[in-house]
Design a protein around this ligand. Structure first.
Ligand code: GLU
Length: 283
């Protein structure tokens, strides 16, 4: 299968050195494999996405020397596809509506065993299942939708879930299905304000774009088990994963969107060359 990878930024702020590393690494890996590098704009959070940031992404990446096929996939154009996948899962009885906010969840997980620390998974607080047993409406409602993980695991059957990692800790990883209810909880697959979620969208988009290897930061390694589970549930192929080291600031903290000081545009304005950026991120 020809090699296809992608860079999938969210247009919610300037690209910084961490993004530059991710994009350059993905591009280089595609070049080395004689494959394709694709771009995808992850703009489902319309309250934070801005056209100006999207324009800046194209400009910064072109300046770095990258190119990609157009038109670029944009998540905000794909809500019908996300909806269709949710409908499939809903019809199989694997989703339920949830009205809890963060405060409700924190109260529910803190109440019974005083002093016990609430458990966190890759998505934050592990949901205690408050809304799981409520009667399900006949039609898919305009609410947050959670995956009933116990039912999903039952639906998958006993075959092990595996993925191949080629990044920092290369290995064939097997996902311990039985432990997922404790380590993940019933994750949100559709947020009320978005009609989808990062996890659902990323899985559908990677499949539609024919991605054979996902290149992204090691901060998303734990989320990969959610993605592989969703791929199996939705009958989608599991790509290989290449999780790379994170670029950190002088204090060792990983860079965030608000680190404007390390924005590519700032270095550029100060006269840095694309080669300087490659050197700064260790490429
Ligand atoms: N949109 C995500 C980000 O900007 C990347 C998601 C992914 O690569 O799977 O952090």
């Amino acid at each position: 299968m020809p090699y296809v990878t992608r860079f999938a930024p969210s247009p919610t702020g300037p690209l910084h050195l961490g993004h530059a590393y991710s994009a350059l690494l993905a591009f280089d890996r595609a070049q080395a494999a004689g494959g394709q590098f694709l771009l995808r704009i992850e703009d489902i959070d319309q309250s934070r996405a801005r056209p100006a940031w999207e324009a800046q992404i194209y400009e910064d990446l072109h300046w770095l020397g990258l190119s990609w096929p157009t038109p670029v996939m944009r998540q905000s154009d794909r809500l019908p596809q996300y909806r269709a996948a949710l409908q499939t899962l809903w019809d199989r009885g694997l989703l339920y509506p949830c009205q809890c906010n963060r405060r409700d969840i924190l109260a529910a997980v803190s109440a019974p065993q005083e002093g016990a620390e609430p458990a966190y998974g890759p998505d934050g607080l592990i949901y205690p299942g408050t809304c799981r047993a409520l009667p399900r409406p006949g039609e898919i409602p305009e609410q947050a939708l959670r995956l009933n993980l116990a039912k999903a695991i039952e639906a998958l059957g006993p075959a092990p879930l595996r993925f191949e990692e080629t990044g920092e800790h290369p290995a064939q990883h097997e996902i311990a299905l039985a432990t997922l209810p404790d380590t993940l909880g019933d994750i949100v697959l559709a947020r009320r304000d978005m009609g989808t979620s990062y996890h659902l969208s990323v899985v559908l988009d990677d499949a539609t774009q024919g991605i054979t290897e996902v290149t992204r930061g090691a901060d998303l390694f734990e989320a990969t088990q959610i993605h592989v589970l969703l791929q199996r549930l939705l009958n989608l192929p599991t790509p290989r994963y290449h999780h790379h080291r994170l670029i950190r600031d002088d204090q060792g903290k990983r860079l965030a969107k608000r680190d404007d000081a390390r924005a590519i545009a700032t270095y550029r304005a100060e006269g840095a060359s694309p080669q300087d950026i490659r050197q700064m991120v260790g490429l």
